[in-house]
Design a protein around this ligand. Structure first.
Ligand code: MGD
Ligand code: MGD
Ligand code: SF4
Ligand code: MO
Length: 723
C-alpha cells in the first residue's frame, strides 16, 4: 500500500513543499505538494533527485577509515572514539588553534546540524573556525550587523506586492532565489510583470532571469558599488530621497548624502560599462515607482567590494522610503525566532575581534575567512593548523584556489569528515562519519523562514525511519562534543550532562520550545490558542502566517534603536574603492574577466552523482563573447585553455552574446576528475573546477569574503588554428 508523506525539500533556500509517495521502503514518486500554502505545488528538478541521494550506492552508510588509497568500514563506537582521541591529542600537543573546523552549506539545511554543530565547535575551543559563510553571504551579514544591529536581520524583498524589482547579481531562474526564500520564484516574477510591475536585472551575463526582465543591464564585474553610489548620487542631487516611515529612527543621512556626491554617474560610467544616462534613469525609475525594492546576491557579495555593495543595496531601499513598507523590503517574523537570543542560537554577531594568524584577516561571528584556510595549514609556527574537521563541506571545490587547499589538506596530521561521500575534499580524511540524509530525518526550518517573502511554518517528519546502524548528524556531533570538550574532570562531566540532556530533548524538542515561546506560540498557557508541534503535526502541508508586516523600530538590534545608514566601517571602505578605480584595473593586456554561474540541475558541488540531474549536454563550458572569441580564433565547441595566477583548466568554449564583452563564465562545483573521488556518476562527466582559477588572495579586504567575480584570466584555444 502506498503512502504519502508531506514535507519540505531542504536542498536549497526555497523551502518547497514535497509529496513523497512510498511503498514500503521504496520511493514511488516525489512531487510538489499542491496544498502547501507557500509553494503551491512548485518544485524544481532537484527535489526528485532526493530519491537518488537516498538510494545512491556511492553514499556512505557506515564510518570508514582510510588506509592509503583504500577505505575500510569501522564500527561507530570505534570511529567516534578514535576521531575524538586524535583531535584531543593534537590539541594537547600543539594548542587549541591547531584543530580547525569547516562547516559547509548543507549545515544550514539540517535542523540537527544547525543546533548541534555550534556546540561541537565550541567544544573544540579553537579560533580556527571556517565555513561557507565567507564564500557566500558574509558581506550581507556584516551590513545587517552594522546597519540593523544583528547579523541575521535581513530585509527581504516583498516579492508578491512590489511594483519594481531591481535584481543585482542574482539569478533566481537557476538558483531559485537566495536571501529571499520564495518557492516558485519565477512564477512570482511573472505575476509581478502581469500586475504591471517592472523587473530590472543588472548582471554581466544576460541570464535566464534577465530574459524575463523588462530590462537587462550589462555591468563590468566587481563594479556594482560604483553603480549603486552613482544611483544614490542622482537621487540625492535631484532631491528624490525620502526616508518615509523610517525617518524618526534613521541616522547617518547627512553623511551618506555627503559621501555619494563624489560619485556622479558620469564618473562611474567608464569603469562600470553602464552609460551615465542609464544609471540616472535607473535611479529615477526606482525612486518614482509607488513601491520598489533592490535585491543583490552572490554576484555582489562574492567580489572585491562585497561589503560595500550589501550596504549600498540596503541604503538604496532606505532612502527611497522602501524599507519596512509593503512592496519594499521587510523583516520576516518567523514562528521560531532565531533572533530571539535563545541560548544555542546565534547572537547579534561581531566583527574584527581577532585576526587570522598569517594574513591578519578579520574574524566575523568568531569565524575566519575560508580563503585563509590553506595558508593557515601550510605556514609553520605556533597556531599552525594540523587537524581539520569538515562538516558537510567541500572546500576543495568551493573555496578560492582549491588546488592549493587540496595540496594543503594532504599535509594534515589528522582530518575528520562528517559527510556522505568520498569526494574531492573528504578523500583526504583519515576518517569519514556519514550521517543520515534528508528523507531519514525530521525537519523544521530555523533559518529560511527568517528570509522568506511570507511568514509560514511547517514540520517535516522523516519519510523513512533511519536504519538501526545509522546516526543522525546531531547524534554524531553530540557524541563528539562531550568527547572533545573536557578541559578537566568537572568540564567533562558538565559537558556529558549537557549532552545527555540535549539528546533527551532532541532537535524537535528544542523547536517545540522555540515555537511555543515564539511570536505565534501559546507560551505554554493552558487552553491558549497558539502554535506548537502538535498543531503543526495536524497541518502536514504547513501553516500560512500571512504576508510580511512592518516591524520597525521594534525589530532593530542596534543599541541606539536606530538604523545606521552610514556605518563608519563602510564609509571608510569607500576610500579603498576609489583608489582601486583611480589606479585602474591592473590587468594584463588581452586578459578577460572570469565570473561564475549556477545551473538549475546542480547544487554547488555535490549533486552531480544523480544520473537524472547529470544527464544532458555538458554544462561546464566557458561562455565567451563572439568578439573575444574571434580575436583569439575560438569557435563554439573548441577546447580552450583558461589560465590565471593560480592555475589552468581546459573546457569547451560556448560563444554567445549573452555574456558581456571582456567577460567569460564557468560554473562552479565541478572538477570531479581528481584521483580517489568515489562518485561513479559524477566522475563520468567530471568537468573542471572554476576554483582552480579563483584566487585565495583576491578577497573583499573589508569582510574577508572570497572575491570569485572579477578574476583576471587568459584564454586561448588548446590547439591554435592555422591560418
Ligand atoms: N567560484 C565559486 N565558488 C563558489 C560559489 C560561487 O558562486 N562561485 N558559491 C559559494 C557558495 S554560495 C557556497 S554556499 C559554497 C558551498 O560550499 P561548501 O558548503 O563547501 O560545499 P557544497 O558543495 O555545498 O558541499 C556540500 C558537502 O556536504 C555533503 N553533504 C550533503 N548532504 C549532507 C548532509 O546531509 N550531511 C552532511 N554531513 N554532509 C552532507 C556533500 O557530500 C558535500 O561534501 O560554495 C561557494 N563556492
Ligand atoms: N540550482 C542551484 N540552485 C542553487 C545553488 C546551486 O548551486 N544550484 N546554490 C545555492 C546557494 S548556496 C546560493 S548562495 C544561491 C545563490 O543564488 P544567486 O545569487 O541567485 O546565484 P547565481 O545564480 O550564482 O547568480 C549570481 C549572478 O551574479 C552574476 N554576477 C557575477 N559577477 C557579478 C558582478 O560582479 N556584478 C553583478 N551585478 N553580477 C554578477 C552572475 O552572472 C549570476 O547571474 O543559490 C542557491 N541555489
Ligand atoms: S527550488 Fe528545488 S531544490 Fe530548492 S527547495 Fe524547491 S524543490 Fe528543493
Ligand atoms: Mo551559498
Amino acid at each position: 500500500m502506498s503512502q504519502h508523506h508531506f514535507g519540505q525539500c531542504t536542498l536549497c533556500e526555497a523551502m518547497c513543499g514535497i509529496d513523497v509517495e512510498t511503498d514500503g521502503e521504496k520511493i514511488v514518486s516525489i512531487r510538489g505538494d499542491k496544498e502547501d500554502p507557500f509553494s503551491q505545488g512548485f518544485i524544481c528538478p532537484k527535489a526528485v533527485a532526493l530519491k537518488d541521494i537516498h538510494e545512491d550506492p556511492d553514499r556512505l552508510r557506515n564510518p570508514v577509515r582510510r588506509a592509503g588509497k583504500t577505505w575500510n568500514e569501522v564500527a561507530w563506537e570505534e570511529a567516534l572514539g578514535e576521531a575524538a582521541r586524535r583531535l584531543v591529542a593534537i590539541r594537547n600537543e600543539f594548542g587549541p588553534q591547531s584543530v580547525a573546523v569547516y562547516l559547509g552549506n548543507p549545515t544550514v539545511h539540517s535542523l540537527g546540524a544547525l543546533l548541534f554543530a555550534p556546540l561541537f565547535v565550541r567544544g573544540l575551543r579553537s579560533r580556527s573556525r571556517f565555513s561557507a559563510t565567507s564564500v557566500d553571504q558574509l558581506p550581507h551579514m556584516l551590513a545587517s550587523l552594522e546597519m540593523f544591529g544583528h547579523q541575521l536581520l535581513f530585509p527581504v524583498p516583498d516579492l508578491d506586492r512590489t511594483d519594481h524589482l531591481l535584481l543585482i547579481g542574482s539569478n533566481p531562474a537557476a538558483s531559485n532565489g537566495s536571501l529571499m526564500t520564495a518557492p516558485g520564484v519565477m512564477r512570482r516574477l511573472e505575476k509581478l510583470k502581469a500586475r504591471g510591475g517592472r523587473l530590472v536585472v543588472v548582471d554581466p551575463r544576460r541570464t535566464e532571469t534577465a530574459e524575463l526582465a523588462d530590462e537587462h543591464i550589462f555591468i563590468r564585474p566587481g563594479t556594482d558599488a560604483l553603480l549603486l553610489l552613482a544611483m544614490l548620487e542622482t537621487l540625492f542631487s535631484e532631491n528624490r530621497v525620502r526616508l518615509g516611515t523610517c525617518e524618526p529612527f534613521t541616522s547617518g543621512f547627512e553623511e551618506l548624502a555627503a559621501l555619494v556626491l563624489r560619485f556622479p554617474a558620469e564618473r562611474v560610467a567608464a569603469p562600470t560599462g553602464v552609460p551615465a544616462a542609464t544609471i540616472k534613469r535607473l535611479a529615477r525609475e526606482f525612486a518614482s515607482s509607488r513601491t520598489a525594492v533592490c535585491h543583490g546576491r552572490i554576484g555582489i557579495s562574492t567580489q572585491e567590494f562585497g561589503g560595500l555593495c550589501a550596504w549600498l543595496v540596503n541604503a538604496l531601499n532606505i532612502v527611497t522610503g522602501n524599507l519596512d513598507v509593503p512592496g519594499g523590503a521587510l523583516f520576516p517574523r518567523p514562528a521560531v525566532d532565531i533572533l530571539s537570543g535563545h541560548p544555542g542560537l546565534p547572537g547579534p554577531g561581531h566583527y574584527g575581534k581577532f585576526r587570522s594568524r598569517v594574513r591578519g584577516l578579520p574574524e566575523f561571528g568568531g569565524e575566519l575567512p575560508a580563503a585563509a584556510l590553506a595558508e593557515e595549514i601550510e605556514t609553520p609556527g605556533p597556531g599552525q593548523i594540523r587537524a581539520l574537521v569538515t562538516f558537510a563541506g567541500n572546500p576543495v571545490l568551493s573555496t578560492p584556489n582549491g588546488t592549493r587547499l587540496d595540496r594543503a589538506l594532504s599535509s594534515l596530521e589528522f582530518m575528520l569528515s562528517i559527510d556522505i561521500y568520498v569526494n574531492e575534499t573528504t578523500r583526504h580524511a583519515h576518517l569519514i562519519l556519514p550521517p543520515t540524509t534528508a528523507l531519514e530525518r525530521d525537519h523544521y526550518d530555523l533559518i529560511f523562514p527568517a528570509l522568506a517573502v511570507r511568514n509560514t511554518a511547517k514540520l517535516s517528519r522523516a519519510v523513512f525511519e533511519k536504519p538501526a546502524s545509522a546516526r543522525h548528524d546531531w547524534e554524531i556531533l553530540n557524541e563528539l562534543t562531550w568527547r572533545v570538550s573536557g578541559g578537566g574532570v568537572i568540564d567533562e562531566l558538565l559537558s556529558r550532562a549537557q549532552s545527555l540532556l540535549l539528546s533527551q530533548f532532541g532537535p524537535l524538542g528544542l523547536v517545540e520550545l522555540g515555537l511555543r515561546f515564539g511570536p505565534y506560540g501559546d507560551k505554554f498557557i493552558p487552553l491558549a490558542d497558539g502554535l506548537s508541534l502538535k498543531k503543526l503535526e495536524a497541518s502536514p502541508h504547513g501553516v500560512d502566517l500571512g504576508p510580511l508586516e512592518p516591524g520597525l523600530p521594534r525589530r532593530l538590534f542596534t543599541s541606539s534603536r536606530r538604523i545606521h545608514l552610514a556605518p563608519p566601517l563602510f564609509v571608510e571602505d569607500v576610500g579603498r574603492l576609489e583608489s582601486r578605480f583611480r589606479r585602474g584595473r591592473d590587468r594584463k593586456p588581452g586578459s578577460l574577466v572570469l565570473i561564475g554561474r549556477r545551473d538549475l540541475r546542480s547544487n554547488n558541488s555535490w549533486m552531480h552523482n544523480s544520473a537524472r540531474l547529470a544527464k544532458g549536454p555538458p554544462r561546464v563550458t566557458l561562455l565567451i563573447h563572439p568578439l573575444d572569441a574571434e580575436t583569439r580564433g575560438i569557435t563554439s565547441g573548441d577546447t580552450v585553455v583558461i589560465r590565471s595566477r593560480t592555475g589552468e583548466v581546459r573546457a569547451p568554449a560556448e560563444v554567445t552574446d549573452r555574456i558581456m564583452r571582456g567577460v567569460v563564465s564557468l560554473p562552479h562545483g565541478w572538477g570531479h576528475g581528481r584521483e580517489g573521488v568515489r562518485l561513479s556518476v559524477a566522475s563520468r562527466s567530471p568537468g573542471v573546477s572554476i576554483n582552480d582559477l579563483t584566487d585565495d588572495l583576491c578577497i573583499d579586504a573589508l569582510t574577508g569574503n572570497a572575491a570569485f567575480s572579477g578574476i583576471s584570466v587568459q584564454v586561448e584555444p588548446e590547439t591554435p588554428k592555422s591560418s
